[in-house]
Write a protein that binds this ligand. Structure first.
Ligand code: GLN
Length: 314
């Protein structure tokens, strides 16, 4: 049983949603500013939902790895909070930006302290905090090991083609990092921070692997399979709060309004979402809306949250 509903109901709902999404024509546009992402077919759609008992309901391309991009920022934030604790909040804020994910405007006004850890500038600050503890290769190794352990899956990998592609065209991110450096807000060389950031954004995972890796945020910081705490219940609650308010950039309000779950999107078309106490969810459809969030991904989550009555707002 999940939330008083027999399991087949969740499985049926997930399959129905995948079916409905398969036929939709309004699929948005794939990201083209990272050339490697532009090669991904718009027809892909995957969804995976994992409950606290480890039961998985999945459909479509739920097993096909794709570029997690900004979903990685949830995992790097978790790791950086583990290392720096609340001191991390001296380097990055906790307010929604109301701006696109790669905006530079606010950063100048706010003297190099990014609004939140989920916009690019904020994620660069978080990556910088991780690099202050380890050299780049070790920091990346730690990020990958953390995700693999959380997912219980050693096959998760970094797609070097995507990392290379992003490095070649990541002019905005280069600008953001240098801007922060000029304000004295990066401890490490900007090129090392950028290289590490591009690589963690280039981790490839399937919906199933993301849903598995994110279980700790659905279950008060605990991996329900092993029973071990990955973070405290309080920290999990707070990361979820940040996902709700900042996880979809300037589309965060719309996502909260329509879906009502904490969620984090990536320009690869993935969205990771959490139904607290119930399930960890990942959807993937590479076509994006104007704010850079998966168009069908959000629609699918809206349907799932409605049909399962999972909105955190009742
Ligand atoms: N790697 C991407 C970038 O830096 C991440 C952006 C995203 O997923 N929204 O532009």
């Amino acid at each position: 049983m999940i939330s008083g509903l027999p399991l087949p109901d969740l499985r049926t709902i997930v399959s129905e949603i995948a079916e409905e999404m398969r036929d939709r024509k309004d699929r948005g546009e794939v990201a083209t500013y990272i050339p490697e992402l532009a090669r991904v077919g718009l027809e892909n759609f995957g969804i995976a939902v994992v409950d606290g008992d480890g039961t998985i309901a999945e459909a479509g391309d739920s097993d096909k790895p794709f570029s997690i991009q900004s979903i990685s920022k949830v995992f790097t934030l978790t790791l950086a909070l583990g290392k720096a604790g609340d001191l991390l909040w001296t380097r990055v804020g906790r307010e929604p930006s109301g701006n696109p994910f790669n905006s530079i405007v606010q950063l100048e006004l706010e003297k190099g302290v990014p609004r939140n850890p989920f916009i690019n500038a904020g994620a660069l600050a978080v990556t910088d905090a991780l690099l202050s503890c380890h050299p780049p290769r070790a920091a990346l190794g730690e990020i990958l090991s953390f995700i693999r352990a959380a997912a219980g899956d050693e096959s998760i990998f970094i797609d070097e083609n995507v990392a290379e592609s992003e490095k070649r065209t990541g002019f905005r991110n280069v600008a953001l990092a240098n801007f922060m450096k000029s304000f004295g807000k990066l401890e490490n060389p900007a090129d090392l921070v950028l290289g590490t950031y591009f690589h963690h954004c280039s981790i490839a995972m399937s919906c199933r692997q993301i849903a598995m890796a994110g279980r700790y945020l659905a279950h008060s910081g605990r991996n329900p399979e092993t029973g071990f705490n990955i973070v405290s219940a309080r920290r999990a609650r707070r990361i979820n709060a940040l996902m709700l308010t900042c996880g979809h950039y300037d589309g965060s309000g719309e996502f909260a309004y329509r879906v009502g779950l904490p969620g984090k999107s990536g320009v690869g078309g993935g969205i990771f979402a959490v139904a607290p106490g119930r399930a960890s969810i990942a959807v993937w459809s590479p076509g994006l809306d104007a704010a850079g969030n998966s168009r069908l991904g959000r629609m699918a989550l809206e349907k799932l949250a409605q049909r399962m009555k999972w909105s955190i707002f009742g």
